[in-house]
Design a binder for this molecule. Structure first.
Ligand code: DUT
Length: 156
């Protein structure tokens, strides 16, 4: 069962009224990056490639078609007994852009990232809402303890 937006909001700490949705909470963009060097996925390890932040033009990210990594502002916490999914804000999709996301594990806490795919030039202001987090009740084995645990919180 998917939880109500008010439950999702409780897990995130203070969120603006405009972020609260019936079925979830909108996430805002903190910063946007282009990848500059190859990543690597091995059988026994992984590496995320170097990135550089996209420069602002008149206070906006002015994005040409391509793939970008977007960082969310909010610290997301996925509570015990749940799984998280992030979907693009529909206005993003209606403007020929997409946010691709992976599974948000029970126990994860951090400021996560998503793959922003731009098919038509778009301008995005830092702090604008681009995504929506929803939570579903789920069975799980253990809790998240991977390399991204605690990312970008408490000065990490
Ligand atoms: O779109 C997403 C999906 C998930 N996450 C966060 C929450 C999730 O719990 C964590 C780790 O995801 P995953 O388990 O898929 O990472 P991995 O590549 O398997 O690395 P590790 O084994 O270190 O966890 O990343 C994001 O930031 N963005």
């Amino acid at each position: 069962m998917f939880r109500a937006g008010s439950f999702v909001a409780e897990q995130l700490g203070p969120v603006a009224p405009s972020q609260k949705q019936p079925n979830g909470v909108d996430l805002t963009v903190e910063s946007i990056y282009t990848q500059e060097s190859p990543g690597r996925i091995q059988t026994d390890g992984k590496k995320v490639g170097e990135r550089s932040e996209v420069s602002l033009t008149d206070g906006m990210y002015s994005l040409a078609p391509g793939g970008y990594v977007a960082r969310y502002t909010e610290t997301v916490r996925i509570p015990e007994g749940h799984i998280g999914f992030v979907y693009p804000r529909s206005t993003l999709m209606r403007n020929s852009c997409m946010l691709h996301t992976a599974v948000w594990d029970a126990g994860y806490e951090g400021k996560g990232e998503g793959l922003l795919e731009v098919h038509h030039p778009i301008e995005i202001e830092p702090g604008a809402r681009i995504a929506q987090l929803v939570l579903a009740a789920a069975n799980h084995d253990g809790a998240y303890d991977g390399s991204y645990q605690g990312e970008r919180i408490d000065g990490q």
